[in-house]
Design a protein around this ligand. Sequence first.
Ligand SMILES: Cc1ncc(COP(=O)(O)O)c(C=O)c1O
Length: 205
Amino acid sequence: MIDIMKRRNLFAFLDCAYQGFASGSVEEDSRVVKLFAERMNQVMIALTFAKNMGLYGERIGALSVVCRSAQEADNVLTQLKRIIRPIYSHPPNWGARLVTLLLNDHHLKTEWFNDVKNMQMRISDMRSQLVRELNRLSNGKYSWDFILQQKGMYCFTGFTEQQSIQLRQEFAVYIATDGRINIAAINDQNIKQIANAIHSVKTNY
Ligand SMILES: Cc1ncc(COP(=O)(O)O)c(C=O)c1O
């Protein structure tokens, strides 16, 4: 992808919202970002800690810009300040302080790495359980194994907008209208209910 982008002179903007949830390692999931930063002359990287640190609502993240020169970096900073000033001017302090504390304390940082790993394993386990349950209900009629090829916090069901709305209206299972499910919302208590609802919509609509 980097080669193609370079060849076509495209600008890279990376949106990193779930670092650690793909492989279970915060370091490993940053590999692509680092590769882009190394190989492209200009890159913008948006990072949020909302999910991987559970800091929703604290508006905590970072925008990093790789520039070709110190002068270009100065220019970019001036433009960013101009954009930021009328929108929010100063970011909230408290989330940023928590992240600073955590990343600068070896013990807390190790604990966080483990927490992210555990979260990724739980999500991955829920993904497998959901597929197993859906395949059991389908009884050979459909295969849901394609969901196992995906990774991260979401799964794409292939549901149409109509099917997603049906799931919501008839079964109170709320998924995005593009058919995307947040796997982190599935647990041992609701998995059967969710699988039954998905199976029912798949079969009837
Ligand atoms: C891919 C992606 N990028 C960015 C965001 C925005 O994250 P935040 O609200 O923490 O800035 C989200 C949030 O859902 C996301 O899914």
